[in-house]
Write a protein that binds this ligand. Structure first.
Ligand SMILES: Cc1cc2nc3c(=O)[nH]c(=O)nc-3n(C[C@H](O)[C@H](O)[C@H](O)COP(=O)(O)O)c2cc1C
Length: 206
């Protein structure tokens, strides 16, 4: 079992007043540390029978006090989010021995924001987005590749149409916890909770 000895103490006095500012600092540290996917975050959703599921998505920036990511609106997570907007997110940066947990509500980003982001992506990804019926069973890899190639041929020399069924989400946090490993499992846990227009910060037992 590893001991977590890297981190200097995480003190209340060092924290930003706003958890998204604090998250931005820790994301900066993760990027500077040269991690492979510093923006990867686990997204947990809940279905209509209250059963949770989780998968990784890539954080794509802050928008209007929330965290954004992009995906299909009609895949499994998209369907679950249409029924239940309560989500949890987790970042884990192993080299830094740091975790961030977020709970909040989700909503779709404005279409224009999603459209702009769609056209910033590589063309292959645009074609992938119109090709994939995310979370459906597919007969074979070949069937999927054929559909992709058909779209490559169909839109050769043309703009890829912006898909109705794809776009961004914004998670508005209600609770955000910053965790870092410390010796003897006496880890630091500092939790922000929405309190009116501001945030309450409390230390949790490890
Ligand atoms: C590192 C990593 C990054 C990923 N980023 C995304 C993403 O930004 N958007 C997305 O839709 N899926 C992303 N995926 C794939 C998802 O984990 C998942 O397979 C997909 O979204 C389908 O999930 P669903 O069936 O629950 O809707 C990523 C997977 C990994 C491992």
């Amino acid at each position: 079992m590893p001991q977590y000895i890297k981190n200097p103490p995480l003190l209340e006095a060092d924290l930003a007043a706003d958890p998204l500012t604090q998250l931005d600092r820790w994301l900066g540290d993760a990027e500077s540390a040269g991690l492979h996917e510093p923006t990867a975050m686990t997204l947990a959703t809940v279905d209509a029978h209250n059963r949770p599921s989780a998968r990784i998505v890539l954080f794509k920036g802050f928008h209007d006090g929330g965290l954004t990511f992009y995906t299909s609106y009609v895949g499994r997570k998209g369907r679950e989010l249409a029924q239940n907007p309560h989500v949890a997110l987790v970042f884990w940066w192993d080299k830094l021995e740091r975790q961030v947990r977020i709970e909040g509500r989700i909503e779709r980003l404005p279409r224009e924001i999603s459209r702009q982001y769609f056209y910033l992506r590589p063309r292959e990804s645009q074609i992938g987005a119109i090709t994939s019926r995310q979370s459906e069973v597919v007969a074979s890899r070949e069937a999927l590749d054929r559909r992709y190639d058909d779209n490559v041929a169909r839109y050769a020399g043309e703009e890829i149409p912006f898909p109705e069924t794809w776009g961004g989400y914004r998670v508005e946090p209600r609770v955000v916890e910053f965790w870092q490993g410390r010796l003897g499992r006496l880890h630091d846990r500092l939790q922000y909770t929405r309190d009116g227009s501001g945030w309450r910060i409390e230390r949790l037992e490890p």
